[in-house]
Design a protein around this ligand. Structure first.
Ligand code: SF4
Ligand code: SF4
Length: 184
């Protein structure tokens, strides 16, 4: 996952063409709400391993064509969960006490949950993650399309479909690969 504000509207020159303009993706996502609800219902009828067998190569191919450093929308718009171990590691890297780190960067819920207290992320600077080697596991995993059991993450995938060009394009190409039609 990653960073930048200088988002350049770029369309891949290799078919199938990729949509990476964030405004266009947001607009298309709104227009496709019903279609996507139907697609989710359709996906639930399919074998999970077979779906993974399509999603993973699509993810590999599309991720290779999208430059996250020209997007960074996840670092600007996502609520980042933090574990104690991650906070310990990053506070050490920043040479801060845990108390100082928590005061500056962390919001704590009554249930012990910790999140970064600012969006865009504090550590996004000049379109780069300044703590890249020590970034959180959620940052490393996002958009999680490479992980097993895609079908078990439909809710979160479609929650981020309107903000992440990788998710958007994988889902759109998955519809084609599965011959999904919104009219059937
Ligand atoms: S939102 Fe998606 S495409 Fe954009 S930087 Fe994050 S992972 Fe990459
Ligand atoms: S820690 Fe780095 S990768 Fe994670 S949200 Fe912040 S800037 Fe992005």
């Amino acid at each position: 996952m990653f960073v930048t504000f200088n988002y350049i509207c770029k369309i891949s020159t290799h078919p199938p063409y990729l949509e990476i303009n964030l405004s266009s993706i947001a607009g298309l996502a709104a227009a496709k709400q019903t279609e996507n609800d139907n697609f989710i219902s359709f996906l639930k009828t399919l074998d999970g391993k077979a779906v993974d067998g399509i999603v993973h190569p699509l993810t590999e191919s599309i991720s290779a064509q999208i430059d996250c450093s020209n997007c960074g929308n996840c670092c600007k718009t996502l609520m980042i969960n933090i574990t104690n171990e991650e906070a310990d590691k990053l506070s050490g890297h920043l040479q801060l006490t845990r108390n100082n780190f928590d005061e500056q960067y962390v919001e704590k819920g009554s249930n012990g949950m910790m999140i970064m207290n600012k969006m865009p992320c504090h550590f996004l600077n000049n379109n780069k993650c300044t703590v890249y080697e020590n970034r959180f596991s959620g940052c490393r995993e996002f958009p999680a399309m490479h992980l097993p059991d895609f079908k078990e993450r439909l809710f979160t995938t479609f929650m981020h479909y309107d903000r992440c060009p990788i998710i958007f394009n994988v889902v759109e190409q998955l519809k084609s690969k599965l011959n999904f039609s919104n009219n059937t």
